[in-house]
Design a protein around this ligand. Structure first.
Ligand SMILES: [Zn+2]
Length: 292
């Protein structure tokens, strides 16, 4: 009997040995998996098929948050529309904002398009700046470092493993970045418009010129007045690429394409949005579609 109890205790300990990491989005989840390896169990809360500003707050997400040892958020306001009530409902002291098990990745990234004064006037969902920094493959390195540091704090007995994983991963990533940079040097047409300001970080990294967005303001649906203005800008400047994400309606982009002779390119905003399974596949898809 005692043996059975001991075995049960042992198995229970083994089952709970890994650090339970929740990430709000899939790209951060993939980085956490690279750094944590077998020592972590990663759960991605927000499906990459949907608008990252408005993930549907399903009750199942509350139980996932309740069990987590570490919560990694994108920050920069991207989760403001869905995460706070779930966090309150989960009532897990370990992962509240400011607790040891809470990591806001935006603190490790240089945010762009930050407005002079913070306001959500007119429904702008980018009141704290542009939160879509994970479209830049270069931010993967500071993200990986921040995650390795945090995992080492939460689970200090495995610090050496996290550091070794970080070293291996950042070396691999640098090799990949060199290849990607070489490919991006071959791109010819660098004029684009996009539906939402999802790709600013990638476009800025590779010197693209953005001539406007289909949305009049981030988070605001297209209007006919704004669409006509955008068509005129595209015609005047010879813009032939419309970057469309996987979750917004496509009719407006198709209408603009018909009027301007531009191409609608479907670009993933997060790992898995269009079936990519690895970080490299995700960035290759962005690069291959934008660089034509
Ligand atoms: Zn946005």
């Amino acid at each position: 009997m005692r043996r059975i109890i001991l075995l049960t205790v042992l198995l229970t300990n083994l089952a709970f040995a890994s650090v339970k990491v929740d990430t709000t989005y899939s790209t951060a989840g993939a980085v956490a998996q690279k750094i944590g390896g077998d020592l972590v169990h990663v759960t991605v809360l927000g499906s990459p098929k949907y608008d990252p500003h408005f993930i549907v707050p399903k009750p199942s997400l509350i139980s996932k948050l309740r069990r987590a040892d570490l919560l990694i958020i994108n920050g920069g306001g991207l989760e403001l529309g869905w995460l706070p009530p779930l966090l309150r409902a989960a009532n897990n002291a370990k992962i509240q904002n400011g607790a040891k098990g809470f990591l806001d990745m935006s603190h490790f990234v240089h945010m762009i398009d930050v407005p002079a004064s913070i306001s959500r006037a007119f429904g702008d969902v980018h009141a704290q700046g542009n939160p879509h920094y994970t479209t830049d493959p270069y931010v993967i390195v500071p993200m990986a470092k921040a995650i390795a540091q945090k995992l080492s704090q939460i689970d200090p007995q495995h610090q050496k493993s996290y550091e070794a994983n970080l070293k291996k991963f950042t070396n691999e990533w640098q090799t990949y970045l060199n290849k990607l940079d070489a490919k991006m040097l071959t791109c010819k047409d660098k004029k684009v418009v996009q539906y939402h300001e999802l790709f600013n970080y990638f476009l800025k990294r590779y010197n693209y010129k953005i001539y406007g967005t289909i949305e009049p303001l981030p988070g605001i649906a297209p209007s006919s007045k704004h669409t006509i203005e955008l068509i005129n800008i595209m015609r005047e400047n010879g813009v032939k690429k419309i970057l469309q994400d996987v979750y917004h309606e496509r009719k407006t982009a198709q209408f603009i394409a018909a009027k301007t002779g531009a191409k609608v390119l479907i670009i993933p905003h997060d790992l898995g949005a269009d079936g990519s399974k690895t970080l490299q596949e995700f960035y290759n898809k962005i690069a291959n579609r934008i660089c034509q």
